[in-house]
Design a protein around this ligand. Structure first.
Ligand SMILES: [Zn+2]
Length: 146
């Protein structure tokens, strides 16, 4: 079964009608059995899209748009977060785990005041945590991507 949106060319009334197939629609229309349910005109034609399909597509579009918008927002927030970290913390690159320990065990380390940021593996983060060193991980956006 196919649902078509039928539009009357005379009174512009739009109504839905079910057909077994598109061929059946053509057959009924040709035999002038398809009439406007408002003014009984035979001057009717199917609209390009059924309202149902239209609705579904639009809903999906809205969801996608919202997702993209959210993603952009989060990305923007992350970038702001990154900027803040880059400005306020000392970058230690791949030595993060080493420097974090340094701060933890060596309180007069120059990095203590500012704090540090850098790269660490999951294993390193777990090891630091086991030693009672708190770290925070955030997804890092590579600036080259933008
Ligand atoms: Zn009509």
């Amino acid at each position: 079964m196919i649902k078509y949106s039928i539009k009357c060319d005379d009174c512009k009334f739009i109504f839905d009608s079910w057909f077994a197939s598109s061929e059946e629609f053509e057959r009924i229309k040709k035999s002038k059995l398809l009439i406007c349910s408002f003014c009984n005109s035979v001057n009717v034609n199917k609209s390009l899209m059924t309202p149902n399909l239209n609705k579904t597509k639009k809903k999906q579009d809205i969801i996608n748009e919202e997702k993209i918008k959210k993603f952009k927002e989060i990305k923007k927030n992350l970038k702001n977060y990154q900027k803040f970290i880059e400005k306020n913390y000392n970058y230690v690159g791949n030595n993060f785990a080493y420097e974090a320990r340094n701060i933890h065990y060596n309180k007069d380390n120059k990095n203590v005041r500012n704090g540090i940021f850098g790269k660490a593996t999951k294993k390193e983060i777990k090891e630091l945590k086991d030693e009672g060193i708190d770290t925070e991980t955030i997804p890092w956006i590579n600036n080259k991507e933008n």
